[in-house]
Design a protein around this ligand. Structure first.
Ligand SMILES: C/C=C/C(=O)SCCNC(=O)CCNC(=O)[C@H](O)C(C)(C)COP(=O)(O)OP(=O)(O)OC[C@H]1O[C@@H](n2cnc3c(N)ncnc32)[C@H](O)[C@@H]1OP(=O)(O)O
Length: 157
């Protein structure tokens, strides 16, 4: 058994279980505006509180869906050194291979709080490595429907 088989063994026991629940993070207008600036997506539904109050079905500004998506590493702390050492023993490199299904079931209204949960749903051997797929659910405080559900594919070497 090599280091990849040992990692697969560890993850087989974690499959379909929530292995991490992050802290709540408030989504401020400032964060939304900064995301609008760096991506060039300045649609009023996100950036104009006065217009949104009158015209938006949500009666306030909402976060870009891609902002929520891009916060997944921060919300799960999965890119930290501590996370890597704890969760991927013996590995030296992690690659974000991409996403499968992504949905934004519920809008994130400004000043609401979100957090992420991680659940490994598949683990398999690949050439000189291991591939793990996580189901990520981003919840909104005091709301039933999540902001985002996504499957993230991670490769470990
Ligand atoms: C110009 C603006 C740009 C933006 O960036 S806007 C910001 C980002 N987008 C949003 O905020 C959209 C928010 N979403 C919604 O308002 C609603 O969403 C919709 C109106 C778009 C659709 O609503 P409904 O037709 O009622 O669909 P459903 O029941 O919400 O399901 C949508 C998909 O989400 C999955 N889903 C819902 N709840 C869960 C859950 N709890 N766990 C896992 N998946 C869930 C479903 O299965 C389905 O998926 P399946 O399209 O593949 O059938």
């Amino acid at each position: 058994m090599d280091k990849y088989d040992r990692l697969i063994q560890i993850y087989r026991d974690k499959l379909n279980k929530t292995i991490y629940t992050g802290e709540w993070v408030k989504i401020t207008q400032d964060r939304i505006d900064n995301f609008a600036k760096v991506t060039g997506d300045k649609q009023w539904i996100h950036t104009d509180p006065e217009k949104a109050k009158i015209l938006s079905p949500y009666k306030t500004t909402i976060a870009h869906g891609f902002l929520t998506l891009s916060m997944i590493p921060y919300l799960t702390k999965s890119n930290s050194k501590e996370y890597f050492q704890k969760n991927y023993p013996e590995m030296s490199l992690r690659i974000n291979y991409g996403l499968n299904r992504v949905r934004f079931p519920s809008p994130v209204k400004v000043n609401s709080s979100i957090r992420a949960k991680m659940m490994p749903i598949s683990v398999k051997r690949i050439d000189n490595g291991v591939e793990i797929i996580y189901k990520i659910t981003v919840e909104i405080k005091d709301e039933e429907k999540p902001a985002c559900v996504a499957e993230q594919i991670v490769r470990l070497y």
